[in-house]
Design a protein. Structure first.
Lengths: 647, 222
């Protein structure tokens, strides 16, 4: 795009200034060299101001005039109009203009700058913040090195279909770059993440910026949601514009998400009402707090079983129709299965045996009707393979699941006759009994190794639950998980949308710790008790995020699930050892975090966080948690290091 | 099928076994014909037919080729459950097992399967005395061989593997499964895990403490 007339003029002014500045600099250097020759002493390693330099002709005035404002002040106005509460950033010179505008012009409020120690932490915090609050926050980073650090976390957010508003700095004009800016300069900054972001733009003017800033927000939060990237030119941020220039602030209008067409929804309702054993499977369904209410209403109307695959808080864990803990059996029994924003529907109705020769098997009945309602059909990219295997379906609706539920519920209510309603009630009673039996099996399973040391993960979950069950709590991160949601989902009573924030999305380790801080940041204003079950391998990716929690007084209880290894990977190495008939006794090499053992309590204390541990006796855990929660209730983070069994 | 199968009265085992043995003897020499799952026509109630029906209806997928159990489902070979209770459970399971209707598998097929599961070979394997093994050595070997990775430190099981102790499945079945697992578990050949070491691991699993009654643990109150 050619520069506008105004841009060209400004460019010429800049060049004139640079020429003058270069001459002045040459004068300083020359004078200093002459002065050094006269005194005949060793050349100083640090430049010093000299009388000759002071006498040199001054350059241009280096302060914006009263009748000017900088471009980044206007950018802050636009960001404020979008309602950002926070912007997470590790500081970087390529966005120094915007940084300064946020803290001074913007008053460091809405958005408030959150100091992060790694860009991956910044993005993961924003990722979890959105899932807790339903509202994005911004992330700032260098256009090259910062975005490279951030890229894995962006990939997680993209796989999880969560909006992250990414702002990166870059000096586009090569003629005016400082030396370091050459390393931080790039022709197409967003290219490296374009495969796993929804949209990006590099504005050439402030008007262009404003439209792109609003467009980036709008696209990010419209289902299917995903991160977006704005590449901001350093000079666009730093240069002045006349204070009275009428720069517009575009109006943000968020589009309504797409609903399923009425004919298809009616067909789904007809199949569900006629089914003997319908099953609802939800994964990324509940975008808002209303999502869970709608799924409960649909399930109760049909008295249908529900499997919550856990990418969002879709269904109360102890609801009598919740069949998550007996998911395989429920799928095997079903004659109609409706996947609601399910990221991997193939794996819902099939299994894959991970042996030397992999094999697959369908676990759903051959005659079962399979239906999906998902925005996944509206958005797919070629390179990264998150679209999973293609499942044969009877009906697929390309629409947002939550937005489609009200119409589906209405249709089901309309079609459900008295006879069918009686069938529904009988079915509901059986499902309630199956759900109760599954919960009972979980309690019994948790009792094994109850008093063992290291502490069993079931005991850890039960001890945490005992301390928080009467609080307004939120489990902001939990890496110890499985298809059934891990011990917390088996033992705790989840019934509020913010009590479970799902997973990393892309399986990128290192999400848990920053996500817990981001979730806790969102929960802080609501006075919720944020709890994380924090695995050790994940924590060690970027532990500095606990300093961020301490610095910004973000209350968070982190309970270490410290099993001293990357056990999932260790298991895979073991699988290879056995497949090659070599024995597994060396399988721990490269996966264990021992020799020396890491002292997470001391690490947390060094970052300004209250911490206890390592705890190996399960009897010591309850009192330690109580003390840590007292600290969290004072508004600060706390950590309890628990040495646990492997799973 | 639930682990609770193991706890039913021994008397019924004898009665069922005697009945089944008589049935097997009476039908000896009768040619085994492949039963057609979902039909009740012409399927002889004998062990070979039961074995065939067992695999054709997919029981082996979860319960293993000989009913000794896998990561996905418990042992059902030589269970103490009586025939009618066995059929009733298949029709209306209370655990994670999918229900099988009479259209999917007939009562006669189930009777054959029951006969197979209680055949002498499978019964002796379930009741054989395990070889002696050192609990202490077993604890070391359980860790060294990575069993704890999926079955967790005390054999209590977890997301990746089922509970193994304190009452493991019969040693013969345990050994057979370790050598040739049906599920995702990696196989352990005798080259990498000797029979003696396996016996020690078995002894370790047998020696795991029984948990306290779940209702005696306040933290696990519903």
């Amino acid at each position: 795009m050619p520069p506008s007339k105004r841009s060209r003029e400004k460019l010429i002014q800049r060049r004139e200034f640079l020429q003058k500045g270069a001459l002045a600099g040459a004068a300083i250097v020359g004078s200093a060299a002459a002065a050094g020759a006269q005194v005949q002493s060793p050349a100083p390693t640090t430049p010093v101001m000299t009388a000759a330099a002071e006498a040199a002709e001054p350059g241009d005035v280096q302060v914006l005039g009263e009748n000017q404002r900088c471009g980044s002040d206007y950018m802050v106005d636009v960001f404020k109009s979008l309602g950002f509460e926070y912007v997470c950033a590790n500081p970087g010179s390529s966005f120094r203009g915007l940084h300064e505008s946020i803290i001074n012009y913007g008053g460091n409020k809405s958005p408030e700058l959150i100091t992060c120690c790694h860009e991956e932490s910044s993005v993961a915090m924003a990722h979890a913040y959105y899932k807790a609050e339903g509202k994005p926050i911004a992330v700032m980073a260098h256009g090259t090195v910062g975005l490279q650090h951030a890229s894995m976390a962006l990939y997680n957010a993209w796989c999880d279909r969560v909006p992250v508003y990414m702002v990166i700095g870059n000096y586009n004009d090569a003629a005016i770059r400082r030396p370091a800016e050459w390393y931080h300069g790039v022709q197409d900054a967003a290219a490296m993440v374009r495969d796993f972001t929804k949209w990006d733009d590099t504005p050439w003017s402030l008007t262009h910026f404003a439209e792109s800033a609003v467009r980036a927000y709008k696209l990010a939060v419209t289902p299917p949601m995903a991160p977006t990237v704005l590449v901001l030119d350093g000079i666009l941020m730093e240069d002045g514009v006349p204070r009275d220039s009428r720069l517009p602030i575009p109006r943000l209008t968020i589009p309504a998400p797409p609903q399923g067409d009425s004919g298809s929804v009616e067909e789904v309702a007809r199949l569900l009402v006629a089914a003997e054993s319908p099953l609802l499977v939800a994964d990324r369904l509940a975008r808002t707090a209303n999502g869970m209410k709608l799924l409960v209403e649909l399930a109760e109307t049909l008295q249908a079983g529900v499997i919550d695959q856990g990418s969002r808080m879709n269904f109360p864990s102890r609801h009598r129709l919740n069949q998550t803990q007996r998911a395989a059996a429920a799928v095997g029994e079903a004659d109609v299965i409706v996947g609601l924003e399910v990221s991997d529907f193939w794996a819902t109705v099939n299994t894959l045996r991970d042996q030397l020769h992999r094999s697959t098997r369908r676990i759903a009945k051959p005659t079962a009707k399979l239906i999906t309602i998902t925005t996944g059909d509206l958005y797919v990219r070629a390179n990264y393979q998150d679209f999973r295997r293609l499942q044969d379906l009877d009906l697929a609706i390309a629409a947002d699941g939550e937005a489609t539920l009200p119409t589906l519920i209405d249709a089901v209510k309309r079609l459900a006759t008295g006879d069918r309603t009686r069938v529904f009630q009988e079915r509901g009673a059986k499902l309630a009994e199956a759900s109760r039996a599954a919960a009972e099996r979980s309690r019994v399973a948790a009792s094994y190794a109850w008093d063992a040391s290291p502490v069993s993960t079931a005991r850890l979950s039960a001890e945490v639950w005992a301390q928080i069950r009467n609080e307004d709590w939120s489990l902001v991160s939990n890496y110890y998980t499985d298809a059934n949601g891990g011990w917390p989902r088996r033992l705790w009573d989840f019934d509020k949308p913010y009590q479970w924030l799902g997973h990393a999305g892309g399986g990128g380790i290192g999400y848990g710790a920053p996500a817990s801080v981001g979730g806790a940041l969102a929960n802080r204003r609501h006075g919720r008790l944020s709890v994380a079950i924090q695995t050790d391998g994940d924590f060690m990716y970027a532990p500095g995020v606990l300093w961020t929690a301490a610095h910004h007084r973000i209350p968070l209880l982190s309970v270490m699930n410290n099993n001293r290894a990357y056990h999932m990977e260790l298991m895979h190495v073991q699988r290879m050892c056995n497949a090659r008939n070599r024995g597994v006794d060396r399988g721990t090499i490269g996966s264990e975090l021992t020799d020396p053992n890491i002292d997470y309590a001391k690490l947390a204390q060094s970052l300004g966080v209250y911490a206890e541990g390592p705890i190996t006796n399960p009897a010591d855990l309850g009192p330690a948690l109580k003390r840590a929660i007292a600290v969290v209730k004072r508004g600060e983070p706390a950590l309890v290091d628990v040495v646990t069994q492997v799973r | 099928m639930p682990i609770g199968f193991r706890g039913t009265a021994a008397v019924s085992i004898v009665i069922v076994a005697a009945t089944l043995m008589a049935s097997v003897v009476a039908q000896a020499g009768q040619a085994a014909r492949a039963p057609q799952p979902g039909t009740d026509q012409g399927a002889p109630r004998d062990v070979p037919s039961g074995r065939l029906a067992y695999t054709q209806t997919g029981c082996d997928t979860c319960h293993g080729t000989d009913g000794s159990g896998t990561a996905a489902a418990p042992r059902i070979a030589a269970s103490a459950l009586q025939l009618q209770a066995f059929i009733a459970y298949v029709r209306k399971p209370t655990g994670t097992m999918p229900a099988r209707s009479a259209e999917a598998i007939s009562d006669r097929n189930l009777t054959d399967i029951y006969a197979y599961l209680h055949s002498p070979n499978l019964r002796s394997a379930q009741t054989a005395t395990p070889p002696a093994g050192s609990v202490a050595a077993g604890a070391m070997l359980y860790k060294k061989n990575g069993c704890y990775e999926c079955h967790v430190n005390e054999g209590q099981g977890g997301a990746q593997g089922p509970r193994l102790g304190p009452n493991p499945i019969p040693f013969v079945r345990f050994s057979a499964y370790v050598r040739n697992p049906a599920g995702d578990m990696p196989p352990y050949t005798a080259k990498v895990l000797s029979n003696e070491d396996l016996a020690a691991i078995y002894a370790f699993l047998e020696a795991r403490p029984r948990p306290p009654a779940v209702n005696s643990i306040p933290l696990l109150a519903p």
